[in-house]
Design a protein around this ligand. Sequence first.
Ligand SMILES: Cc1ncc(COP(=O)(O)O)c(C=O)c1O
Length: 294
Amino acid sequence: MGPFDWLPHAPLEPLRLDWLKGVELAVLRLDRIDPLISGNKWFKLTGHLAQALNARGIISLGGAYSNHLHALAAAGKRFGFPTVGLLRGHPQDTPTIQDLKAFGMQLHWLGYGGYRARHEPGFWRPWREQYPDLHPVPEGGGGLVGAIGCGVLVEQARAQLPALGWADYDAWWLAAGTGTTLAGLVLAEAGAHRVYGAMAVPDDHGVAKNVDALVQGGYELLDGSRGGFAKVDPVLLDFIDATQQACGLPLEPLYTGKALLALKTQIEAGRFTAGTRLIFVHTGGLQGNRGFTG
Ligand SMILES: Cc1ncc(COP(=O)(O)O)c(C=O)c1O
């Protein structure tokens, strides 16, 4: 399969919000790269696809609202390669699952125990036997190849600084789920600018360990999970609403809403002084909003 030379462009836009206290903020809109293949997912997938030259398609894993499987299935339909999704839990009919089916992804529900076994050594063997011509991609498109694919975001942002009137910037701010996207930015920055990751999952999910396996230094992880992955509270939902009303930026509650709210908390606590220039990465995920609004 491949190579796929589709390189979508992520616009960099100024963000004006009343809680910034003189900090200057721009948002790299990965949610705007494509109507279907949205967010950080394509960038993480590019490296995996490049490794799949001798395969006919891709097999990967995720949950019933997975942004990763959604982007993968949409890419398979767009570029004409077969996709198989291994799903956490028991059959459900979410808007994401309906899309996966419409995009032609073949689904297998593993239950919860079956899904938990995904890190065990023998996990892939039966799937390789069933789908010998499909290339396995880890959950979320992670690992070093996934991270390297995100490096291009640094180039894209830097190329757009003059349009903002910025000669430079001080740091990046983004949500971390596995930490793969963050690691990609750290690698591409090679120490030039710090990368802050607001964790969307509690620390015991191993984000710090994942990132540490990929990069050494140049980043900082903070807890942005608000009590757990996918835990939503009224303050968060009000913040997402208020942001949309104030500047039109759509956020979702699992990653981007929590990450931007964590930034607000840090600015209020005085972590960044007036005049600091930050790039917030909108990592997409808006398709998952349908799980919350019906
Ligand atoms: C919308 C969204 N933002 C951020 C992330 C986190 O990305 P990473 O796993 O590369 O840290 C994910 C997925 O995990 C996601 O779906």
